[in-house]
Design a protein around this ligand. Structure first.
Ligand SMILES: NC(=O)c1ccc[n+]([C@@H]2O[C@H](COP(=O)([O-])OP(=O)(O)OC[C@H]3O[C@@H](n4cnc5c(N)ncnc54)[C@H](OP(=O)(O)O)[C@@H]3O)[C@@H](O)[C@H]2O)c1
Length: 251
């Protein structure tokens, strides 16, 4: 469904959300395979601390479209083009209806969905056949989950957005990758007060993402032992889905 990326040597890749967690691990993995990297996140010091030789460090705030547009301009001046753009920026707050915090929810959705949409709008004209744009959403976007009242909706919107882009761009050979991880050990999931099934390290997540780029599906989801079970549960009608998900999560 997507171009297959096997050889990363000199491929020009812009990662937005590269200073920590999955993005930092993916940046290291891509550097090891010879990709040319542009790394963005808000914290310039953390990008610097990654110490990836030859990487362009382009701090920006993905929740502001002007900041992304300015960064793209710098990138094009340096490289003359870009082959693959990967959106990994994200935020997470466990939140329930009973403790709903609108201001915080807006912040989360702003980076988890609006930022991805801003980035797509910024680079769509630059994408060429054989390349494209990848979005890290989450399995939390499949169906409603407990404590997910602000995280889940942004991820569901991002999944839908990627599907629509795929419908429009696949014929032109432009890749749209939808990356849906299960639990990965990062500062975001460090907030969880429950035992996370099938938890991966960011390095394991990076390996799974590269394997997805190698094989070319629209959706790269991992670890399969967790995501396939969740996909199956997500197929259930509401009257079976809600009792089951309550039982599984203890919510
Ligand atoms: N960890 C998991 O279990 C898991 C599971 C499914 C999906 N995901 C998704 O995977 C993505 C990466 O998550 P992670 O767990 O690796 O989190 P993380 O360690 O907190 O990394 C998030 C990255 O996004 C950057 N970022 C946040 N807000 C930004 C903004 N406004 N503009 C630019 N960059 C911004 C952060 O850098 P700065 O703070 O320096 O800006 C950081 O580099 C997120 O979309 C998350 O929802 C994670």
């Amino acid at each position: 469904m997507n171009p297959r990326i096997v050889d990363w040597k000199n491929r020009r890749v812009w990662l937005v959300g590269a200073s920590a967690g999955i993005g930092a691990a993916l940046a290291r993995a891509l550097a090891g395979r010879g990709a040319r990297l542009a790394l963005s996140a808000r914290s310039a010091d953390k990008l610097q601390a990654l110490d990836i030789e030859g990487a362009l460090l382009l701090p920006c705030d993905a929740s502001e479209v002007a900041s992304l547009a300015e960064t793209r301009q710098i990138l094009l001046e340096k490289w003359g083009g870009v082959d693959l753009v990967i959106y990994l920026a994200g935020d997470y707050v466990p939140m329930r209806a009973q403790t709903f915090d609108l201001a915080r929810a807006e912040q989360v959705i702003s980076v988890n969905f609006n930022g991805a949409m801003y980035l797509a709008a910024t680079v769509l004209a630059d994408l060429k056949p054989g390349g494209g744009i990848a979005f890290v959403a989450s399995v939390a976007g499949y169906r409603g989950l407990p404590k997910s009242v602000c995280y889940g909706p942004g991820k569901a919107a991002l999944i839908h957005f990627a599907e629509c882009l795929h419908l429009d761009l696949a014929d032109q050979g432009i890749g749209i990758w939808l990356i849906n991880p299960g639990f990965v050990q990062t500062r975001l999931t460090a907030q969880n007060d429950f035992s996370m099934p099938a938890l991966l390290t960011p390095e394991q997540a990076a390996v799974a993402i590269l394997e997805g780029f190698r094989t070319g599906p629209l959706e790269i989801h991992f670890p399969k032992r967790f995501t396939l079970a969740l996909k199956l549960v997500s197929l259930l009608p509401y009257r079976w889905y809600f009792p089951l998900i309550r039982r599984i999560t203890g919510a």
